[in-house]
Ligand binder design. Structure first.
Ligand code: GRG
Length: 296
């Protein structure tokens, strides 16, 4: 990873943590346990890759930093909710996330369910509130864009398809569709939100959305490679889960070598979509290498 990208990722992660800490509700009394749980999951690190995409894309168009940060925080709230719910016993039943006990392990199932619900709904409150953008139309576009990416025709549909793994079999098209929805839709929106807030032109939005499409797929393929070949010390979560549970993913369908080859092709293609932006998109191009080379 280039030193400049490492510094940018660090800067975004630090600023996202500060913004999340300031925005997440605090309460005394009976809700204290829920609020502590929210903070356990939302403030416990993670790469903050989706916020990075929103902020970095927006900065290419000199977009308002407050709008970018609030959108980035909302997207990270939805991402965190999805991880909390995905880890629950009724879904993937995982004990480890980001190198620590999963939320239901640290607290209890009901608290984890509520913390996920709270983060999901809070994301839309953040986007809809006037400080996000002076133009209500822009706030509406952000709300509906995130709802579409995360909802019944987006991430939730992908998760449902993932749970029906045996019906997907080893059909590469079905596996690709499932992952486009489960992981790709939110990554796409994180890029699209930056372009939207930055008032990018229609052709710029299309190029960036194509970039996000390819990065999202490559990201998931690398996730599957890490599940097959990674080590818990690096990933901070259990590995070899999919094969052990009979789940389909890119590696179970294509094998390690062909998956890696496709990651390389997608990475090259993603960078080509950045050509119209020239050196302005240098960090987005470097982020492709980070996605491909990551060990966690
Ligand atoms: C429960 C509705 C619902 C959806 C869950 C995203 C998801 C759908 C499940 C997560 C399972 C998973 C590991 C998917 C693979 C891709 C992915 C989202 C990995 C985690 O994202 P990172 O690596 O996580 O960006 P950090 O910890 O860095 O934030």
């Amino acid at each position: 990873m280039s030193q400049e990208l490492a510094a940018r990722l660090r800067e975004v992660a630090e600023r996202v943590n500060v913004a999340l800490d300031a925005l997440l509700p605090r309460a005394d009394g009976p809700e204290t346990r829920l609020m502590t749980a929210l903070r356990y999951s939302a403030l416990d690190g993670g790469k903050r890759l989706r916020p990075f995409f929103t902020i970095e894309v927006g900065r290419m168009f000199d977009a308002d930093e407050t709008a970018l940060m609030r959108a980035a925080v909302a997207i990270e709230c939805v991402h965190t909710y999805s991880l909390i719910h995905d880890d629950l016993p009724c879904m993937d039943d995982d004990d480890l996330r980001r190198g620590r006990p999963t939320l239901h392990r640290q607290f209890d199932e009901a608290t984890a369910l509520l913390a996920g619900d709270a983060l999901l709904t809070f994301a839309f409150e953040i986007l809809a509130d006037p400080p996000t953008h002076r133009d209500p139309q822009m706030r509406c576009l952000l709300v509906s864009g995130l709802a579409r990416a995360a909802g019944p025709l987006g991430m939730v549909a992908g998760q449902a398809a993932d749970m029906e793994g045996e019906h997907i079999g080893s059909d590469l098209i079905a596996v690709t569709r499932m992952n486009r929805l489960k992981t790709g839709a939110l990554i796409n929106f994180s890029v699209d939100a930056g372009a939207l807030i930055g008032c990018a032109s229609e052709s710029e939005k299309v190029s960036l959305s194509r970039y996000a499409h390819d990065v999202g797929l490559a990201f998931q393929m690398v996730d599957d490679l890490l599940d097959a070949e990674g080590v818990v010390r690096d990933t901070g979560k259990a590995v070899h889960k999919d094969s052990a549970r009979g789940k389909v993913n890119f590696v179970t369908v294509l094998g390690v070598d062909a998956t890696r080859e496709r990651v390389g092709m997608l990475a090259a293609q993603a960078k080509r979509h950045l050509a119209p932006f020239g050196p302005r998109a240098r960090m987005l191009a470097d982020a492709v290498d980070f996605v491909v080379e990551r060990r966690y």
